[in-house]
Every structure is written in structure tokens, then in C-alpha cells.
Design a protein around this ligand. Structure first.
Ligand code: IPE
Ligand code: IPE
Ligand code: MG
Length: 248
């Protein structure tokens, strides 16, 4: 197999990111470009998640956090919102077995309380059924907003009566939906926009950003490889300076 073969594992010029966040954007435009309904774009988007998840596992990614529905997405037409709610149902029905076979641990980040009781239970069951899988963690951000996440953390910190001097960055992190998980190393946005749209704003402070015009349904293994390759070439300084720099 040559290194360009579509199924060989590429050798990156540095370590692959352990945690990648993906803003899966552009489903609507993908559909419009083909004269289809936006819902067809979302359907193809779900199909693509399976492919990208598989490629991420092959590339050594340990955690993948995908933005599926934001707290602002409720403002879309009701029919589209309903369709997006149904998609999560459909995803669990279709993918649960494959997630288990591939060693993927499913988690949810966001506010579940806005979902129907039935859907909440279904998500909860899927989470429990994959909780011992260890190859890769898939965080699905559904009804997720970075600001809402910080607000719920502050509320719980106050409710629990923590003294102000005990509220450190580590403590705040431990009250977020992603408690106990490493911060993302790389945030990928498909669909060309250069914004975070309320995704992982606390966790992504030192993530590298990568934006591609490719719409999410077309973002394939090769596109992911390219994004990771760009990441490995970045110089992550975390506010410091390189030893070789003149620090005087
Ligand atoms: C991303 O695709 C999926 C969700 C936000 C749920 P969009 O639906 O935002 O697609 P565009 O950006 O309109 O093309
Ligand atoms: C971000 O996409 C949210 C998700 C991908 C789920 P949007 O399409 O909602 O973001 P904006 O409106 O372009 O900022
Ligand atoms: Mg969009």
C-alpha cells in the first residue's frame, strides 16, 4: 500500500491532536447547491459523521467533539428544528451497534432538559451502553452553547456554596459539561466561516483553528488528514516564547 492509498494510515510530521472539535457546518448550502431540501443536507451530514469518526480513529484521535445543534439553532424554522431533533433519534438507532463495534464511547454535552423525556432516556441508554468503550470518545454537542455551559457552571458553584477563593480555573473546568476531559487541541470548522458560534469557548482558548470552505457532507478522510497535517505544522506557544528566541 502506498502512503497515498486512501486506506493507509498517514504518517504525520508531528503528533496527531488528541482531541479535535468539529463545527459541522454547511449542510444547508450543500443541499441548496444540489437543488435539494436542507434536510437532505443534514441527512448526508449524519452519514458523513460515520466516515469521519472512522478516519479519526485511524489517525489516532482519542476524543472527537462534534457540534450538532447549538442553543441558537432553536431559532430556525420549526420544521427544520423538528428534523434535527429526529436526526439524533435516527443516529442512535442506526449507529449504536457500530459505535460499540468500533470501541466508541458516546457522550452528550449540552442541556438535555429541553428534549422530550423519551429522547432523553434514549440518549442516556446509548451513553450507558457505550460507557466501557475505550478507543475513542465521541462527545455530541446537542443543544450546546458555550455561554450556557458557563452559566450552568456558575449556578452550580453558587448553589454548592463554594467560597470565592476556591473558584479556580480548574474548579470551573470541573463544572463544565466536559469535566474530566482534555481541552481540544484543534477546532475544525467546515463551510468556510471563521467564527466559533458559541462552541467550546472556555475549552478552546488554546486550540488551533482550521477553517475549510468544504461543506460538512463533503468533508472526508482526506480533508481530515489535511486538517491534521496543518495542525502538526503549527507552533503552539501557549503564551510563552521558544527557547531559541531572544528573550531580552
Ligand atoms: C450545520 O449546517 C448543521 C447545523 C447547524 C445543525 P447548517 O444547517 O448550518 O448549514 P448552512 O450553514 O446553512 O449551510
Ligand atoms: C454552528 O453552525 C452550529 C452547528 C454547526 C451545530 P451555525 O450555522 O448555527 O452557525 P452560524 O449561524 O453560521 O454562526
Ligand atoms: Mg450554518
Amino acid at each position: 500500500m502506498s502512503s497515498t492509498d486512501s486506506h493507509s494510515t498517514p504518517i504525520f510530521s508531528g503528533p496527531a491532536p488528541a482531541h479535535i472539535g468539529i463545527i459541522m457546518d454547511g449542510n444547508g448550502r450543500w443541499a441548496k447547491q444540489r437543488g435539494l431540501n436542507r434536510s437532505e443536507g443534514h441527512r448526508q451530514g449524519v452519514e458523513n459523521l460515520r466516515r469521519v469518526l472512522e478516519a479519526a480513529g485511524e489517525f489516532g484521535v482519542k476524543t472527537l467533539t462534534v457540534y450538532a445543534f447549538s442553543t441558537e439553532n432553536w431559532s430556525r424554522p420549526i420544521a427544520e428544528v423538528r428534523f434535527l431533533l429526529r436526526i439524533i433519534d435516527y443516529y442512535i438507532d442506526r449507529e449504536l451497534q457500530a459505535l460499540n463495534e468500533r470501541g466508541v464511547q458516546l457522550r452528550h454535552i449540552g442541556d438535555m432538559s429541553a428534549l422530550s423525556k423519551r429522547l432523553q432516556q434514549k440518549i442516556q441508554r446509548a451513553i450507558e451502553q457505550t460507557q466501557h468503550n475505550e478507543k475513542l470518545i465521541l462527545n455530541v454537542a446537542f443543544n450546546y452553547g458555550g455561554r450556557a455551559e458557563v452559566v450552568q457552571a456558575i449556578r452550580r458553584i453558587i448553589e454548592e456554596g463554594l467560597p470565592p477563593e476556591q473558584v479556580t480555573e480548574q474548579v470551573v473546568s470541573s463544572y463544565l459539561y466536559t469535566a474530566g476531559q482534555p481541552d481540544p487541541d484543534l477546532i475544525i470548522r467546515t463551510g468556510g466561516e471563521m467564527r466559533l458560534s458559541n462552541f467550546l469557548m472556555w475549552q478552546a482558548t488554546y486550540a488551533e483553528y482550521y477553517s475549510t470552505p468544504t461543506y460538512w457532507p463533503d468533508f472526508d478522510r482526506e480533508e481530515l488528514r489535511k486538517a491534521i497535517e496543518h495542525y502538526t505544522a503549527r507552533d503552539r506557544r501557549f503564551g510563552g516564547v521558544k527557547e531559541t528566541h531572544d528573550t531580552k
